[in-house]
Design a protein around this ligand. Sequence first.
Ligand code: PMP
Length: 420
Amino acid sequence: MTAKPATTASAASAATFDVERVREDFPLLARRVHDKPLVYFDNANTSQKPRQVIDAVDAHYREHNANVARAVHQLGEEATAAYEGARDQLAKFINAPSRDEVVLTSGTTQSINLVAYSYALPRLKPGDAILTTVMEHHANIVPWQIVAARAGATVKAAPIDERGELIVEKFVELLTPEVKLACVAHVSNVLGTVNPVRELARECRRRGIPLLVDGSQAVPHRPVDVQALGCDFYAVTGHKMLAPTGTGLLWARREHLDAMPPFFGGGEMIREVKFSGTTFAEAPHKFEAGTPNIAGFAGMGAAIGYYRTLGFDAIRAWEGELLAYATERLREIPGLRLVGEAAEKEPVISFLVEGAQATDLATLLDLEGVAVRSGHHCAHPLMQFYGVPATLRASLAFYNTREEVDAFVAALLKVRKLLM
Ligand code: PMP
C-alpha cells in the first residue's frame, strides 16, 4: 500500500500540507504515554515508522521469507528482489551514478567503520592526518581515532563558531598535505546545522583529498544528490529515515570501492575460495559478507516509496514552518538558551534552561508525554566546545504539528517551575 500524497507537488507549501492525514500512517503517534498524548520530538534519534514500512516487514516474514542470493526457489528470488530492489531505490534516492556503488550496511556506524578499516587504515602512514570537525557524532570521530592510532597518524578537528557553523576558512586551512581524508556531517545531529558540503568537497578535490560525508541527519529532511555534492563517500542510516533499524548504506565512488579490500570475510562476498587463496566478488558484494537484514531492506524500499509519494518539497515546506514556529515559541521561555543558531538548519533544536539540569527536564517532560533527548548526543567534543555536559534536544519530523509544539512548550514551562 502506498502513501497518499499530503499535498500535490506543484502546491508544496506549509499551508497545504495535510499533516493530520500523514499522521494516520504512523500508528505509534496515536499512543498515550503516562496517560498523556505522546509528543514525539526525538526524531534525530530514530524516526517513527509508517504502516507502509511496518506492512512491508510483516509481509516479508509472512509471505516471502528466504535467504538472498543462495536459492533458486521462488521465495529466494522474491527475497533477493526485495533486497536488491532496495539497493536500486537507494541508488536513485541519493542519485548514485550506479547501483554497484551502493553498499548495503547496518547503518552509518558500519558504513564509516568500513571506510576507516578498508580505505583509511591501509593508506595511512605515520605523520598522516584525518580531518574532521568539532560538531561530529562520535561515529565520525572514534573510528578515525582507532585507525589513526594504529597507523601512527592523527585526527584533527576543524573549529566551529558560537552559532554552531563550521568555520569554512579554517577547515580549508587545515587541508594540509598530510591530510589523507576529510570527514564531515552533512547535518549536525545536535545543532541542526547544514554544512556547505559542495564547497567543502570542491576544496578537498582541489587538493586531492577524498571527502566522506555523514548523511545520517540529512537524508530524512532533504533530497540528497551525491553527484552534485561532489563528495567521495556518503554514509546513511535507515532508522532515522522511516526504515527499520539495522539498515543503511555506504555510497562510494567506484574507483575507491575497487581499490578497497573487503572488511568482513564470509559467505556471499567471494568468487572462489581455496586454501591456496580466495578471490573476491566485485563491489558492492565483496563488502556484504553474511546474511543481511533482508526484512529491514524490504522495509527500506517502502520507506523510500513513502518519501517519494510525500515529496521533499512538501516535507521541507512543513518542517521549515515547524522549525521556525518551535524556535520562536522556545525564545519566549525565560532563561532558555538555544544551542545552535546556524543560518541554515534542519529541524533540530538544542537548548539549555537556566537553573535546571537537562536530564531532569527531560525526565519530567516524559511524564507529560513529551519525548525529547537529553545528554551529550554522542558529541562530547561539541559539548566541550560549548562548555556544557549536556543539552536538551527537540528534533522534529514532517509528521509533527504546531499543536505538539504548543504542548511541548506548555509542558516545558510547567516542569521548569517544578525545578526552580
Ligand atoms: N552520525 C550522526 C550524525 C548521527 O546522528 C548518528 C545517530 N545518532 C550516527 C552517525 C550513528 O548512526 P547509527 O547508530 O544508526 O549507525
